[in-house]
Design a protein around this ligand. Structure first.
Ligand SMILES: [Zn+2]
Length: 122
């Protein structure tokens, strides 16, 4: 049974940069959407979670809200999943990949594919 936690638990650790960012294509490694790919819509740094478009669907019962013109009923929506369950997917070589960081001549950092050296943040 899927349960949603109502109260926001305080983060267990200081937020640190994740290996993925909004707009990245990722491969899901475990869970009900294992093996599927999707695009990251939102990153929750404090909870180390990511929201992937169209994946980790949950059914949520909503009450009607006439103020916004919402009908009540069961709405299907995507829920955030743990960032550790996703792996960055390289569109250049069509493989899930690990990254390393490189500094560009302009001084900005970019993530680079371990397989084909494609730059993600160029
Ligand atoms: Zn690659």
């Amino acid at each position: 049974m899927l349960q949603m936690r109502r109260s926001r638990k305080k983060a267990q650790h200081e937020p640190y940069a994740l290996h993925v960012k909004t707009g990245d294509t990722v491969l899901v490694l475990s869970g009900k959407d294992k093996g599927k790919t999707g695009v990251i819509q939102r990153v929750f740094m404090d909870r180390s979670k990511v929201l992937v478009e169209g994946l980790n669907k949950i059914k949520k019962a909503t009450r009607p809200n006439p103020m916004v013109g919402e009908r009540g009923g069961i709405v299907e929506m995507s829920a955030p999943l743990a960032a550790a369950k996703v792996m960055l997917y390289c569109l250049q070589c069509s493989k899930p990949t690990r990254i390393h960081y490189e500094t560009l001549s302009s001084g900005s950092k970019t993530r680079v594919c371990k397989h084909c050296n494609a730059q993600f943040d160029a």
